[in-house]
Design a protein around this ligand. Structure first.
Ligand SMILES: [Mn+2]
Length: 497
């Protein structure tokens, strides 16, 4: 049947030979795809009905075949392609080809050209993996170019403005600055100093305080200089900038009529009424972080980036996007990827695991000092603690001691008795044992997994006892005796409890 269709004898060979790409319909779009593929001719088979077009392609040593893409039997003459491009200018022929190829070659990838919106849906329904509607492709590309063009123009405008200034630029962050605001502030000061050739001195200002332990670690480890924002400091600034705040009075205590020269942010501008128009304003609500906008400026302007700035901006994007999981755009990921090779990984790790507090260290110390090890079980009474989180941290730590397979650390807070257990003895399910050992204690809740468990007894039930530590041993000793009996710790050792 191939011969009667006037198909070239090449088809007989095709049937046995695996072909990577087929292009059905090789007009202007098909030919452009052929060029873009940059594949060797043996990997691409061009199928068309137009004899003249085929001759021309044959002259250029392309692999061609004459065939009618609407004819179901035609597909019997070719082997399964990895990818089928269906690109003719006839929408019915394209639709028929999608249906036939999908039926005959279920695992081929099909990329088809639609000629209108309706046929675009039809082709998707018929089994095309990707449907291209050239008008949409061009429109999307036009908008993309526009976005990039604006981003690049904005970066240039910011640079030119800073270039023309000299004096002091006060960069104002959030009231309680977070890593996004802080890293944006140091990025702006780096751009300002570069653009003004040092004529512009920047001061990073904030009200409120740097609350979170992780944020303090961030500022300390990166040695970021920040000053409290006061009326006097503000009066000393020739220019002001707001970063990560959408307007004066938003996320800061400035009055709404404060004149601000630069505003760069990613918060929504909805409902914002401006009393003054800044000299430069770039607000992108679709950016995951203001640090992401600054990273883009740095790329657009080909500015040098040092380790400290890259680390700060990376951390800013990471923090504002909740570790790249929320409100994150492809542009944010692109920007983070740009920063990563310049960032100091060790510093990043330190910021993410901020140094432990004084009290935690004290509790860990007490847990080590008061340890009592019996047949692989460690018991440690840390006494009164203000921060209950220190108890599981101590249990984690003590499980690492040599010869310890199960660690039980307990203490008392203002409101409860807390016990935390960690276990690496596979024969023991510590959650189940604790649950049983604590059964019958009023108000107690205990339980957990084989390797980690916790218990707490609220103090209301024992509110009459004044001495907390005495109360702790009064209650817990009998429970621990119970626990030891259950896990089979020898009677002899029991006396030492
Ligand atoms: Mn932010």
């Amino acid at each position: 049947m191939a011969e009667t269709d006037g198909v070239s004898p090449l088809s007989l060979i095709q049937k046995n030979k695996k072909i990577k790409y087929i292009i059905l319909g090789c007009g202007s779009i098909g030919y452009k795809v052929l060029e873009e593929l940059h594949e060797s001719d043996e990997n691409v088979l061009i199928i068309d009905y137009d004899e003249k077009r085929l001759d021309d392609l044959r002259d250029h040593r392309h692999q061609v075949m004459r065939g009618d893409m609407t004819d179901e039997t035609f597909y019997e003459t070719i082997s399964e392609p990895e990818v089928a491009f269906i690109l003719s200018s006839n929408k019915d022929a394209n639709l028929a080809a999608v249906l036939h190829i999908r039926a005959r070659f279920p695992s081929s990838n099909i990329i088809a050209r639609a000629l209108d919106h309706f046929s675009s849906n039809q082709m998707a329904d018929a089994g095309a993996d990707v449907v291209l509607y050239p008008q949409t492709v061009v429109a999307k590309s036009a908008v993309n170019h526009m976005v990039n063009l604006i981003a690049s123009r904005n970066a240039q405008r910011l640079y030119s403005l800073l270039e023309s200034w000299s004096g002091t630029l006060g960069i104002i962050t959030h009231k309680n600055p977070d890593p996004d605001a802080i890293s944006s502030a140091i990025a702006l000061s780096a751009i300002a100093e570069e653009a003004s050739k040092g004529k512009l001195k920047c001061r990073i200002l904030y009200e409120g305080n740097i609350g979170h332990q992780e944020n303090r670690a961030f500022v300390n480890l990166l040695e970021i200089k920040m000053e409290h924002l006061t009326a006097e400091v503000l009066a000393e600034c020739d220019y002001t900038a707001l970063v990560d705040c959408v307007a004066p009075g938003m996320n800061n205590d400035l009055t709404a009529d404060t004149k601000i020269n630069i505003i760069i942010d990613h918060h929504s501008t909805e409902g914002i009424e401006r009393q003054n128009v800044p000299d430069f304003m770039d607000i992108r609500p679709d950016a995951g972080a203001t640090a992401s906008i600054f990273t883009q400026y740095i790329q657009e302007l080909y500015l040098p980036i040092d380790t400290k700035l890259a680390t700060a901006l990376f951390y800013g994007i990471r923090a504002d996007t909740h570790e790249f999981q929320r409100n994150v755009s492809p542009q944010d990921l692109h920007n983070a990827a740009f920063l990563l090779p310049y960032a100091d990984r060790q510093l990043l790790e330190l910021v993410m695991a901020p140094s432990i507090s004084q009290e935690t260290i004290e509790v860990l110390g007490a847990a080590i000092q008061n340890r009592d090890i019996r047949q692989g079980y460690l018991f440690s009474n840390v006494g009164y603690v203000r921060n209950r989180d220190a108890i599981p941290q101590a249990a984690d730590l003590l499980l690492n001691l040599e010869g310890v397979y199960t660690a039980l650390v307990y203490g008392i807070t203002d409101t409860a008795i807390i016990l935390s257990a960690r276990n690496k003895d596979i024969r023991l399910h510590v959650g189940d044992v604790l649950k049983e050992a604590f059964a019958g204690i009023p108000g107690a809740s205990a339980g957990g997994h084989a390797t980690m468990a916790a218990m707490s007894i609220p103090l209301q039930a024992f509110s009459l006892v004044r001495d907390k530590e005495e109360l702790l041993s009064m209650i817990i000793d009998s429970i621990l005796a119970n626990f030891m009996k259950m896990v089979g710790i020898a009677e002899d050792d029991d006396d030492e409890a």
